[in-house]
Design a protein around this ligand. Structure first.
Ligand SMILES: Nc1ncnc2c1ncn2[C@@H]1O[C@H](COP(=O)(O)OP(=O)(O)OP(=O)(O)O)[C@@H](O)[C@H]1O
Ligand SMILES: [Mg+2]
Length: 337
């Protein structure tokens, strides 16, 4: 028999403690609700009663929507509590639903924390990130065009002028002029490469599949990797989706060339049900997928891929085993692309 005498040693609980414990939900700035197993409300703390008076007479039960089914599902997993998110009016609540057996009955205690401000902030950050990416791509587009149209054209004109001079130049300076022409040509090539990296013109002119094909061919020519491409034309996607998928392949192939020690890479663009799937695999050393959740070891490349995809409601799947290569799959829902 418990002894509630405040001076009794050993039990560690007394009347003062009980009063204090009972006061906790009363003072809690979050919402505390108690119900029976059918969801009938048996207790509301002041915060819950003042924000949702309809809980008392059953006229506003949004906070307790499907709570009985929810309890059945977590009890089936052998758990005593579980968390979920619930919309009530314009607000979002994070809820912890606890099941407590009380004799033959059971009570549910539901603690609800208003996370509307947090959700709004997350939405604003996602929107901001989307705008930053959009602005970055627009700016890259502009710089690429300027480089091509201004510097590229000026160098082309310079080359023609030098070629005309060569024809008439005395032998003493002809060689220097020819070297200058070579320099102009290699500078033009470098500018073309930079411009291409900034905004792949092929994306505008060829569409996604052929632009990726082009990237694979170029990587094969430029690196020790042999890249095989298999893909189907999808028709035009939104600008954001095409750039997102193109940048995904660009970064994945760069990673393979730099980190994988691979000889071959395989790129495949396909549609599976409602999703566009872009797979990049290699036969390299593999990677520890734990890297992806480790901010110290992860670089910006994979984080960037994930963020770009998430902004379009897509996702990144990574499969890798040491010594067995790495496979990255970008998945984008067809209807947002
Ligand atoms: N195909 C791959 N094979 C083996 N390891 C890989 C592969 N791709 C990525 N990694 C590993 O994952 C890490 C993170 O890649 P991520 O692209 O995010 O960053 P990074 O390439 O190191 O730097 P950044 O892309 O920011 O220049 C790499 O440092 C590398 O260790
Ligand atoms: Mg990288």
């Amino acid at each position: 028999m418990a002894n509630f005498d405040s001076d009794a040693p050993g039990y560690g609980i007394n009347v003062a403690d009980l009063d204090r414990l009972a006061a906790f939900p009363e003072q809690n700035p979050n919402l505390v609700i108690e119900t029976d197993l059918t969801g009938r409300v048996t207790y509301l703390n002041p915060e819950a009663a003042s924000r949702f008076p309809g809980l008392r007479d059953g006229t506003d039960m949004a906070l307790l929507a499907d709570v009985a089914d929810f309890v059945v599902s977590f009890r089936a997993e052998g758990r005593e509590f579980a968390s979920r998110e619930v919309m009530a009016g314009d607000c979002v609540f994070e809820q912890k639903v606890c099941y407590t057996a009380a004799g033959d009955d059971a009570v549910l205690r539901i603690y609800s924390h208003d996370i509307t401000a947090l959700k709004n902030a997350e939405r604003q950050i996602a929107e901001l990130a989307r705008r930053v990416l959009h602005t970055q791509e627009a700016e890259r587009h502009r710089v690429a065009r300027e480089l091509h149209d201004e510097a590229g054209q000026a160098l082309a004109a310079l080359k023609i002028s030098l070629q005309l001079l060569v024809a008439e130049a005395p032998d003493t300076i002809r060689r220097s002029l020819e070297e200058a022409i070579d320099l102009v040509e290699s500078t033009r090539e470098q500018i073309r490469r930079v411009a291409y990296g900034l905004r792949p013109a092929a994306l505008d002119t060829l569409g996604l599949s052929r632009a990726i094909d082009h990237l694979c061919t170029e990587t094969t020519e430029r690196t020790h990797l042999t890249v095989a491409y298999q893909g189907r034309e999808l028709g035009r996607l939104t600008d954001e989706a095409e750039v997102c998928l193109y940048r995904f392949v660009q970064e994945a192939l760069t990673n393979i060339a730099v980190h994988a020690g691979a000889r071959r890479a395989y790129v495949r663009l396909s549609v599976n049900g409602d999703a566009i799937r872009l797979r990049v695999a290699d036969d390299g050393i593999g990677m520890d997928p734990g890297i992806l959740d480790d901010p110290v070891r992860a670089g910006l490349g994979i984080v960037g891929m994930r963020e770009r995809l998430a902004l379009l409601s897509g996702r990144l799947e990574v499969t890798s085993m040491p010594g067995r290569g790495t496979e990255l799959v970008a998945v984008l829902p067809r209807d947002v692309a």
